[in-house]
Design a protein around this ligand. Structure first.
Ligand code: HEC
Ligand code: HEC
Length: 381
């Protein structure tokens, strides 16, 4: 008996007290020593208290004076964005057309999350490391290195690969996918979870506003609604700074210039400013833009790629002021309770109860990630 108790007590030590991959990922996420110069971590731009987004229009990099060109998006639900693929559809002439779905970054330049998490370390406007050996050197000196065996007998490449996989494991944790917003209670069958205005807003969202044709409210690649179809579109948002080609810059197709990924609207009330370039400051203005973009061009000004703007689904929706107010109200029903309940000084939201673990969702989160770096190709005739 006594031996058993002693043994149970010893187990963590026998395992060397190693951090799990997700815990290692969390430590890396917060580590400000991994930029050049030191001082910037993932969390500097992806702020836990604002749904892991940045309230600044664009984020300053680690190097004084350098800034990125896009608004840092929320990382809530980012691990549920499916890897990139081509979807065949038919255009109005019945011709097969291939559209891009899924992939990470707002322009879809990363095939999947594993490919994405490496980029910020080497982006000159972000953490600015020269190469993998510079990054590996910092990781070997990090406070948590000894908790994962000091990265001993590992090449620089193996060290960084392990850390990328750890970041992916961390971003897949339940804390990033709680699905505990009031809209989830409503969809689970509690009508009182939404106010009257929010229920009217949901109706506009699904009918007159046709928002749900891109910000999906049904099951898709995931059982719970993600409020995104992971497609790409050009809404004609107001230009800021240099022209930004978006998806077209990645695929080289003129028809995709200015297209950006449809973001999830989960926690959108916490993540102002809006759109890929942070050009619109409030949710009410976003709604006014959708409603009257084409009727008041002088208000919104120039856009980067007018030729590819979607003029069918938005721009003149004919919504009333009341309907706009109701849509704005609805957006707060998309905020996760675990984020609202964060207390002053708390670094991360609490892990919600009852959310399936990554292992329990293995079919979606493939155990062995096969980084498919080949970009999907359109068949040529
Ligand atoms: C200097 C600010 C900054 C830092 C530091 C930073 N990011 Fe980001 N992150 C951004 C911006 C801006 C974007 C959008 C860029 C784009 O789409 O081109 C982004 C995009 C992402 C995305 C894609 C989300 C999506 O919807 O496709 C993920 C995931 C992400 N970052 C994770 C990380 C991780 C992990 C780290 C640390 C290793 C990190 N970021 C460090 C600013 C930052
Ligand atoms: C045709 C597809 C489509 C439809 C329909 C659509 N959206 Fe969007 N939505 C997008 C895309 C794409 C973006 C990102 C655009 C960008 O960053 O340039 C976006 C961005 C947003 C944002 C900003 C999110 C952020 O984090 O910056 C909000 C809010 C939003 N949409 C709400 C709505 C509402 C409400 C409706 C209905 C009135 C609607 N959308 C209809 C595709 C669509």
């Amino acid at each position: 008996m006594r031996v058993l108790v002693l043994f149970a007590f010893m187990v963590p030590f026998l395992r060397g007290g190693e951090l799990s991959m997700a815990e290692l990922g969390k430590r890396v996420f917060l580590d400000e020593s991994l930029s050049t110069p030191a001082g910037q971590s993932c969390a500097s731009c992806h702020r836990p208290s604002t749904a892991f987004a940045d309230l600044r229009r664009v984020s300053p990099g680690a190097v004084e004076g350098r800034v990125g060109r896009r608004n840092a998006p929320s990382l809530m639900y980012a691990a549920l964005i499916p890897p990139q693929k081509l979807e065949d559809t038919y255009d109005e002439n019945g011709e097969v057309e291939y559209i891009v779905e899924g992939g990470l970054f707002l322009d879809g330049r990363a095939h999947d999350l594993l490919e994405q998490v490496k980029e910020p370390f080497f982006d000159r406007d972000e953490m600015n490391n020269a190469d993998e050996s510079e990054l590996a050197g910092k990781l070997r000196r990090a406070s948590y290195a000894k908790e994962v065996g000091g990265f001993k007998q590992m090449t620089d490449e193996k060290v960084t690969q392990k850390v990328y996989a750890a970041l992916v494991a961390f971003l897949r944790e339940p804390v990033f996918r709680p699905f505990n917003a009031r809209i989830d209670d409503y969809w689970a069958g509690d009508p009182s979870a939404l106010s009257l205005a929010e229920r009217r807003g949901l109706d506009v969202f699904q009918t007159k506003g046709a928002c749900a044709s891109c910000h999906l409210v049904g099951a898709s690649t995931w059982l719970e609604p993600l409020l995104s179809d992971s497609g790409y579109d050009n809404l004609g948002v107001p230009a800021r700074g240099e022209m930004d080609p978006g998806l077209g810059g990645v695929t080289g197709l003129a028809g995709e210039l200015g297209q950006f990924k449809v973001p999830t609207l989960r926690n959108v009330a916490l993540t102002a400013p809006y759109f890929h370039n942070g050009s619109v400051g409030t949710l009410r203005e976003v709604m006014e833009f959708y409603n009257k973009r084409d009727l008041e061009p002088e208000r919104w000004g120039r856009t980067d790629y007018p030729e590819t703007v979607n003029r069918e689904d938005m721009g003149d929706l004919g919504l009333t002021e009341q309907e706009i107010d109701d849509l704005v109200a609805l957006m707060s029903a998309f905020t996760d309770r675990s984020l609202l309940q964060m207390e002053e000084g708390e670094l991360f939201p609490k892990t919600p109860e009852g959310v399936p673990t990554t292992e329990e969702r293995e079919a979606f989160f493939k155990k062995k990630d096969q980084p498919d770096l080949s970009r999907p190709r359109r068949p040529r005739d």
